[in-house]
Design a protein around this ligand. Structure first.
Ligand SMILES: Cc1cc2nc3c(=O)[nH]c(=O)nc-3n(C[C@H](O)[C@H](O)[C@H](O)COP(=O)(O)O)c2cc1C
Length: 395
């Protein structure tokens, strides 16, 4: 067998594309509308440059930090993704990989594995919740997460049900019935390694979302839960404050891009925010998260921990985000491609790539630890940043 190790996230993506059936790969690429935000998330990182030193470099660098009370060995956390059918071990492989590399994991409400199983594999698990259903149902989901041992909550609120893509959306069945399996067969049969991994595991993807099950009820299908979401009135800021009060522990609000929202989140008492546009899957035309990060960091100061997610593909991207004030980043597609390419080892491979990329950038910049990074380390082109939701200077 060819060497399963890959040297960059781009190579993991190439392998994922080759290995996965077209519609599964398409579900990972995701994005929305024209893909402006999806592309800008990645492209904006490349606009930023570094200002390296040539001597006085440190022989050892410390990458460790903490996020929401959890010590992590590198400033990279697994962002929650509700993606089914990438790999038979799914989120379990991701949880094991993150634990083996000393970092934390966000588990999506739409994950294919139950929270109880994931916390056992990685005790540093944050459970991600959407505003779906009644307050009682949400409270019950939080209680279940608490009983399972989740160490924090990620509330993701940036979703506006945008479903069209210029490059076409993948077909995802409600359930993988025999009829659906036959319809899917040509795609699956031309991707035998993917199919074989499921046959070896003894099951096909079941496309249910166990963490959305009401007590004593079977897990709903992804589309069943999604339908309930579409019928739920979106939350007000007092609903956000209510949700935060239901969890007496670390709580992150994910999806913030505006200064005024960041300040409101801080007022609601959150522990952390993730500056995020849902990986460009939501309202297309939202700027890259790295462009809006500095204004949010400046506005909230030390009131909350600020993380960033969106477009992180390299260790140097992580370093750029930290230099602009993020405490850590979260990754989505990067680990999903690793998972598709080589299961748990593929996710470990991605985390190792990021770790060595962070380390090498820190070395070049002459720092001993991630805590020393600052805007001085970067070349920021004029007009790079964007400030949303704050008074603009005249002109
Ligand atoms: C296929 C896919 C599914 C996602 N599902 C969820 C989800 O269930 N919950 C959530 O909070 N974010 C979800 N996200 C967003 C990610 O947590 C994260 O914000 C995003 O992927 C970061 O961008 P990146 O993929 O460029 O790293 C999803 C992203 C992708 C690509």
């Amino acid at each position: 067998m060819a060497n399963a190790w890959f040297e960059t996230v781009a190579e993991a993506q190439r392998r994922a594309r080759k290995r996965l059936p077209r519609s599964v790969y398409g579900a990972l690429v995701a994005g929305s509308e024209k893909g402006v935000t999806l592309e800008d998330n990645v492209a904006a990182f490349a606009e930023l440059g570094f200002a390296p030193h040539v001597a006085g470099l440190s022989a050892k660098r410390d990458l460790a930090t903490t996020v929401m009370g959890q010590s992590i060995s590198l400033p990279v956390v697994i962002s929650p993704t509700g993606v089914q059918a990438v790999h038979p071990d799914g989120e379990l492989a991701v949880a094991r990989a993150a634990a083996s590399r000393g970092t934390a994991m966000g588990l999506s409400s739409f994950a294919s594995r139950p929270i109880e199983e994931i916390v056992k594999a990685n005790p540093k698990t944050f459970f991600q919740i959407y505003w779906i259903g009644t307050r009682e149902q949400m409270r019950a989901r939080l209680q279940r997460a608490r009983a399972a041992g989740a160490v924090g909550i990620i509330a993701t609120l940036d979703w506006s049900f945008s479903h069209g893509r210029d490059w076409g959306s993948p077909y995802i069945p409600e359930r993988l019935t025999l009829r659906e399996a036959l319809r899917f067969a040509p795609e699956a049969l031309t991707h035998p390694r993917w199919l074989f991994s499921y046959l070896r595991a003894g099951h096909l993807p079941d496309l249910t979302v166990p963490n959305m099950a009401d007590a004593g009820e079977p897990a709903p299908t992804f589309f069943g839960a999604y339908g309930q979401w579409m019928q739920t009135t979106p939350p007000s800021w007092s609903d956000v404050a209510w949700l935060r009060e239901q969890w007496d522990g670390p709580f992150m609000l994910k999806g913030v891009t505006r200064v005024d929202d960041a300040l409101r989140a801080a007022d609601a008492g959150v522990t952390a925010i993730s500056v995020s546009n849902h990986g460009g899957n939501n309202l297309d035309g939202t700027p890259a998260t790295i462009r809006v990060l500095p204004s949010i960091v400046d506005a909230v100061g030390d009131r909350v921990e600020v993380l960033l997610d969106g477009g992180v593909r390299r260790g140097s991207d992580v370093v750029k985000a930290l230099a602009l004030g993020a405490r850590a980043v979260m990754i989505g597609r990067a680990y999903l491609w690793g998972l598709a390419a080589n299961g748990q080892r593929g996710v470990q491979n991605v985390l190792d790539i990021l770790r060595s990329g962070i380390d090498s950038a820190l070395m070049g910049l002459g720092h001993r630890s991630v805590a020393e990074l600052s805007r001085d380390d970067l070349v920021i082109p004029p007009g790079f940043t964007r400030t949303l939701g704050a008074p603009q200077p005249p002109g």
